[in-house]
Design a protein around this ligand. Structure first.
Ligand code: M6R
Length: 576
């Protein structure tokens, strides 16, 4: 959710920053911009839309210090005025911001009453003017004082026209800094450091940094210097490319077998079972928490843990946190997040931690805020996922929970043979003509329907929803006519007869139906059947989602949309 990059060194910085923005684009692509320090003057370049729109403005400045931003809009529409960087009224300060300043209206009103002027609708512009207002002693003191009055979250990279330095500040939103003795960098994703430096610093909440050409100095919120640990950039951080595929989403779907094998063997061979059993000792209840796709993966986790004897619950992170539930000593909380950065999920982790609950984090990154708060981290090791629509990370979250459950019960299984049976070559129908699409299924198939519907609506903008098949007759059946398509999912022979009844009720009302199933020899009146190779009861959920992911992709391409960058969305949602 917004990407930040900064460079200070001996090379012209526009192209360096542009390339960093391309790597950060998954975090938001509504608009982008740069502030460049040229002979004690800050110059900005900005563009609406993705990074390619900025590239034509690159090259005309002799700047070796600059900050850059790619935006996912939270306050104010996607136009040039709201595009970062924002300048202070006197033009001496430039700020790029990731996060939300919750009390920006209050601060803005105070500054307006003191004669400050504003040019955008953003919460971020108040940061630049607040720093100007507090600019009485040193630049770092001005920044520390300005943010002291702010509620909410921020990662900031800041320029001051009179100083050849970059300033950085962090609260909640991620921010990293690196220096090689000649050049300094700041970023919201360590991926931009790959190929430049071997080590980096992780900024913690309420820390500040000054980066110059020689070194980086860190400060706490009292302005005292602090020393910080350096971390190595791991081999798992390698940058991915689309390879032979036209889009990341398609590549990531085809990465699923490799990713599943990695995740499965990583957990099987490196998870400390004794530690896991210790964590679960005396616990009766497992609570799964996540957002979007990660929430759906948690729903599958709940099924798996129920099967091995636990009572389970599942929550959307944004609901759990504001409900402020009692944190129970007989519960373990499994928080699922591909990025490990999602603000809603992180807020739950903080709440659970404050109330002394036990947390297992299932994330796809070696370092993230969520992992920091967990009693145990289970890595999905799916490899970096770039497409906003999560695919391989989802499959890996599901196998991670399945593997955890079998490890707890010490059940011998071999998922490799099922992974080898996954199919990717389906003859998928053209569904672009439908304005209403329903997904129906029962039990675990219903969860897969939820994920299939989310994927389809996310990248095709077709209005679709998922319904437990048995619920149709309690209301939604009234929407069925010959303009509707229903996609029915079934992996469970015990409930197929009931699902067939539901399909028949749809057919009687003129509705079109596609059945996606792992069952052989099904006899059912539908428009078409997509057959998926059968594996096992549990693993079938991992294989049957693949044709749904591919159907969303195919439909998106047929409609002429970009599957990697769906409108209005971003990969990491670091605001609540
Ligand atoms: O990084 P997270 O797993 O915490 O992200 C959670 C959701 O924002 C994410 O799964 C979202 O729903 C996907 N874009 C769906 O494809």
């Amino acid at each position: 959710m917004c990407g930040i990059a900064g460079y200070i060194g001996d090379s012209p910085c526009e192209e360096i920053l542009l390339q960093d923005l391309y790597k950060l684009e998954y975090r938001g692509y509504d608009s982008c911009g740069m502030a460049l320090l040229c002979n004690k003057k800050i110059e900005t370049i900005k563009a609406v839309g993705d990074i390619s729109h900025l590239s034509s403005q690159i090259g005309g400045h002799d700047a070796r210090i600059g900050i850059a931003h790619t935006r996912w809009a939270t306050h104010g529409k996607c136009d040039i005025c709201n595009c970062h960087p924002h300048l202070s009224m006197n033009g001496k300060w430039a700020v790029v911001h990731n996060g939300i300043i919750e009390n920006f209206k209050e601060i803005k009103n105070t500054l307006l009453s003191k004669g400050y002027t504003f040019h955008s609708e953003t919460d971020s512009e108040v940061i630049a003017n607040s720093i100007q207002y507090h600019d009485k002693t040193t630049p770092i003191q001005a920044i520390i004082r300005a943010v002291r009055h702010m509620r909410g979250s921020f990662a900031l990279a800041i320029l001051n026209a009179d100083n050849n330095k970059i300033y950085a500040a962090k609260r909640t939103s991620p921010l990293y800094v690196a220096h090689d003795g000649k050049c300094g960098y700041v970023t919201s994703d360590v991926a931009t450091f790959i190929g430049k430096v071997a080590k980096y610093y992780r900024m913690e909440d309420n820390e500040f940094a000054i980066i110059d050409t020689q070194s980086v100095t860190f400060f706490n919120s009292s302005g005292q210097k602090i020393t910080k640990e350096l971390y190595s950039i791991g081999t798992e951080m390698e940058l991915s490319s689309k390879g032979e595929y036209p889009y990341y989403m398609l590549k990531e779907i085809h990465d699923i077998p490799k990713a599943l094998k990695n995740t499965y063997s990583h957990i099987k061979y490196s998870l400390d079972r004794t530690q896991l059993l210790k964590l679960l000792k005396g616990k009766k209840n497992i609570v799964f928490i996540g957002c979007g796709t990660a929430y759906h993966a948690g729903l599958h986790g709940a099924y798996y843990f129920e099967e091995i004897g636990y009572h389970t619950e599942s929550f959307y992170a944004s609901e759990f946190y504001y409900r402020k539930p009692r944190i129970d000593r007989t519960s373990v909380y499994i928080l699922v997040s591909q990025s490990g950065e999602t603000a809603d999920t992180f807020a739950c982790a903080k709440y659970i931690r404050e109330h002394k609950g036990k947390i297992i984090a299932i994330t796809n990154v070696p370092y993230c805020a969520l992992n920091n708060l967990a009693d145990m981290v289970v890595g999905t090791t799916a490899g970096k996922e770039y497409a906003v629509a999560s695919t391989k990370a989802y499959n890996c979250q599901v196998i991670a929970m399945l593997t955890l459950a079998v490890i707890v019960k010490d059940i011998p299984v071999d998922y490799d043979r099922y992974i080898d049976r996954l199919q990717f070559d389906y003859d998928l129908p053209d569904i672009t003509g439908y304005k209403k699409i329903f997904f129906i299924g029962r039990l675990a198939d219903y969860i897969t329907c939820m994920e299939g519907a989310l994927k389809l609506k996310e990248i095709t903008y077709i209005n679709c929803s998922s319904i437990p098949a048995g619920e149709l007759k309690h209301g939604t059946l009234s929407l069925i006519d010959d303009d509707t398509l229903t996609i029915a999912v079934c992996t469970n022979s015990d409930i197929f007869d009931k699902l067939r009844n539901n399909i028949s009720e749809i057919r009687s009302r003129g509705g079109h139906v596609i059945l996606i199933t792992t069952l052989d020899d099904v006899d059912c009146d539908v428009d078409s059947i997509i057959r998926v190779a059968r594996t096992s009861n549990e693993f079938d959920q991992i294989s049957i989602i693949i044709p749904l992911q591919l159907l969303a992709y195919k439909t998106c391409i047929t409609l002429g949309h970009d599957p990697d960058k769906p409108r209005n969305l971003a990969k990491s949602v670091t605001v609540e």
